[in-house]
Design a protein around this ligand. Structure first.
Ligand code: ADP
Length: 347
């Protein structure tokens, strides 16, 4: 290979679908494909590689390979022109002294690892608070409050509330992991929407009563069906109604409306639209894009006081995505909120 003329380099180099850089035996850059130019910079051909790469660990590997080592690999961060990324750089030498650098983008993997780490930290934190409270009360009940029957009754009540909180969290975590595991399996059953709503309303009757909330149902076509898994769709409706009742506030009104046979331009199919609307304090638009993230809460204290785990809408998002549907949230502060599900009617 001739390092002075790019024309002498094999044309297939341009077709390699990952960033690639070739260094000539005199350590100048002989070639960079467009993908490499995008992450390292333009107009570097003909210059010494030290002008283009500054990551000390990467430079060490390149030096080793120039000195005779056959190949090397290093993970490093590159400040791309457009964005930063983490790359595994594979460095290898040809028999005639050229050194090739292949850049494998690992940013998605790193993001996934970071997300997993944050998730574990969040779960531990969520469990730790009620667990610490329980341990504290057990200690008090077995020492200073040992013979105090009034304190015992009071503490047992708090301990039950804390244990129930952990129970809800574990149930939601299990349900989230189950939903995620099934996300790629398309449901095939036919489900009657009216039945789901009747079941949800029956299950929520005690909460509606205790909050003195009136629920009004408008179901355009009581026979309308959609393709889905009944248990999961019931969970979606329960989560949305429960939120509307909890966050809408006492003595308010919640509406659920079902409209079938609407053509959804985005999904390019006929859908059933299920709207859950409350007339509570509403949601500041800055929060809306993040509401379906795990453990994202607008007001931590309020969510916990109302028995929230911070996972309800994350579960909704995954179930809706499994059903190839979509969730839109509309709200203005002091104007209430509308959570709108669009779910395909056919497979
Ligand atoms: P949580 O268990 O905290 O209710 P969710 O995932 O169900 O968790 O909801 C996430 C957050 O979204 C809640 O903590 C709350 O701040 C906000 N939220 C959800 N539904 C409503 C609603 N109808 N009105 C106002 N805020 C809501």
């Amino acid at each position: 290979m001739d390092n002075r003329s790019q024309g002498a380099l094999p044309s297939w180099l341009h077709a390699i679908p990952i960033p690639v850089m070739c260094l000539a035996p005199d350590q100048r850059i002989a070639f960079m494909n467009t993908l490499a130019t995008n992450i390292i910079g333009p107009d570097l051909e003909g210059r010494h590689y030290l002008n283009a790469l500054r990551q000390p660990e990467l430079l060490t590997v390149i030096e080793d390979v120039f000195r005779g080592q056959e190949a090397g690999e290093i993970r490093c961060q590159l400040s791309a022109l457009q964005q930063e990324g983490v790359y595994d750089v594979l460095v290898s030498r040809t028999h005639d002294g050229f050194v090739f650098l292949f850049f494998q983008d690992k940013s998605d993997l790193i993001d996934a690892l970071n997300m997993r780490r944050d998730f574990v930290a969040n779960v531990s934190h969520e469990l730790k608070t009620p667990l610490t409270a329980l341990l504290g009360f057990i200690e008090t009940l077995s020492t200073v409050a040992k013979d105090d029957s009034v304190a015992r009754a009071q503490f047992l009540q708090i301990m039950q509330a804390e244990a129930l909180r952990m129970d809800r969290l574990v149930a939601d975590l299990l349900s989230l992991s189950k939903v995620e595991a099934m996300e790629r399996q398309r449901p095939t059953d036919k489900v009657r929407v009216k039945n789901l709503i009747t079941q949800a309303v029956t299950a929520l009757a005690p909460l509606l009563d205790s909050q003195n909330v009136t629920l009004s149902e408008t179901i355009g076509d009581p026979t309308c069906q959609l393709v889905g898994e009944a248990d999961q769709l019931l969970q979606v409706i329960l989560n949305l109604l429960e939120n509307a009742i909890k966050y809408g506030g006492r003595d308010q009104e919640v509406q659920i409306t079902v409209t079938a046979g609407i053509f959804d331009e985005r999904l390019r199919t006929e859908v059933v639209v299920i709207e859950v609307k409350d007339n509570g304090p509403g949601i500041d638009p800055v929060h809306i894009p993040r509401l379906t993230e795990r453990f994202y809460r607008i007001d931590d204290h309020r969510s916990r006081a109302l028995g929230g785990t911070g996972l309800g809408l994350a579960i909704v998002k995954h179930i809706v995505s499994r059903h190839r549907g979509r969730l839109t949230i509309e709200s203005e502060e002091n104007e209430g909120s509308t959570f709108r599900l669009s779910l395909p009617m056919r497979e």
